[in-house]
Design a protein around this ligand. Structure first.
Ligand code: URA
Ligand code: URA
Length: 298
């Protein structure tokens, strides 16, 4: 099948892609140059304002980029956080999720849930951002420090990268038009301390909530952002590098919720926090985003 991208969209997407790749060069420079602060600062002061003017986007402060990379957990750093009565917690999550018939009900139900210990260390519950009418729903892993402070997903440095990536395919979480909008949530609704990887028990207990969330939003397309989200919602053990690229039929796994006849096209891709540390993988994410654009246009 030929692609359906019209030429004006095509041009703006190319412009945005160029912006993204320029940015990648900047990040690679920061990563590769032996730390010579003066040279780095000079280079940044010359490049960033020039790019802002030319490309019309603003770069986040470099200090917070460095902080977020430092804060990112090393791979496989998941520590199992014990919490009481896992099976009771799951049962309670299923009951609450099942009773929720609107997004506001679901938000209130999750606020009232005491089944995970991460709730105690978090500042805010993080439910969603974006337009619930959107054709595209994106599911990440868990809130980070900035998200926890603001009570919204993907508002930190990796969230800003995510917004630039989405803009490359003409999507924007602030858009009112459902065809251009994105709705976002995460597998976990609270930030794990120190941004550690969610434990299998936390994922299991959270699944009824995110599955109900997806059923209430009924998006046309799901973007599963990162390995934790992809493995949890597709019930697959393969790595994200194997799960990405192709389309999957997402079907709800929590049978007790009784969500019938729902099948949503889902694509998995790398997580923006991973891209901040591994910019060479941006090309792979770009290919995944082109598949999303094509699916939306077909
Ligand atoms: N912020 C989120 O809300 N989710 C992620 O997975 C990462 C950062
Ligand atoms: N590991 C993950 O969990 N997600 C990614 O995006 C990349 C590596």
């Amino acid at each position: 099948m030929s692609h359906h991208v019209n030429s004006s969209h095509h041009r703006s997407a190319l412009g945005a892609a160029l912006e993204w790749y320029l940015d990648q060069e900047l990040e690679e420079m920061i990563g590769d140059v032996p730390v010579d602060r003066t040279r780095l600062q000079m280079a940044l002061s010359q490049m960033v304002p020039a790019m802002n003017i030319a490309q019309g986007f603003s770069e986040p402060p470099q200090a917070s980029l460095a902080d977020e990379i430092k804060a990112a957990p090393p791979a496989g750093a998941a520590k199992r956080q014990a919490f009481l009565g896992k099976s009771d917690a799951r049962e309670e999550a299923v009951r609450l999720a099942k009773e929720a018939s609107t997004l506001e009900d679901l938000r209130a139900a999750i606020e009232s849930f005491d089944g995970v210990a991460i709730k105690k260390t978090a500042t805010n519950m993080v439910f969603c951002d974006g337009n619930p009418q959107a054709e595209v729903m994106l599911v990440g892993e868990a809130p980070g420090a900035d998200d926890d402070r603001q009570g919204k997903p993907f508002v930190g440095v990796s969230g800003q990268l995510l917004d630039r990536i989405l803009k490359c395919i003409d999507l924007d979480r602030m858009a009112e038009d459902p065809k251009k909008a994105v709705y976002m949530s995460n597998i976990l609704n609270w930030r794990p301390p120190g941004n550690r990887t969610p434990s299998p028990a936390e994922i299991e207990v959270s699944l009824p909530f995110i599955e109900r969330h997806i059923a209430l939003v009924k998006p046309k397309i799901l973007i599963l952002c990162g390995g934790v989200s992809a493995k949890a919602l597709l019930a697959r053990g393969e790595s994200i590098s194997r799960l990405r690229k192709s389309w999957h039929d997402y079907k709800p796994l929590t049978q007790e919720l009784g969500i019938d006849g729902q099948e949503i096209q889902a694509i998995a891709t790398y997580h923006p926090t991973y891209l901040l540390r591994t910019p060479a993988q941006k090309k792979a994410v770009w290919m995944d985003m082109l598949s999303v654009r094509e699916k939306l246009d077909s």
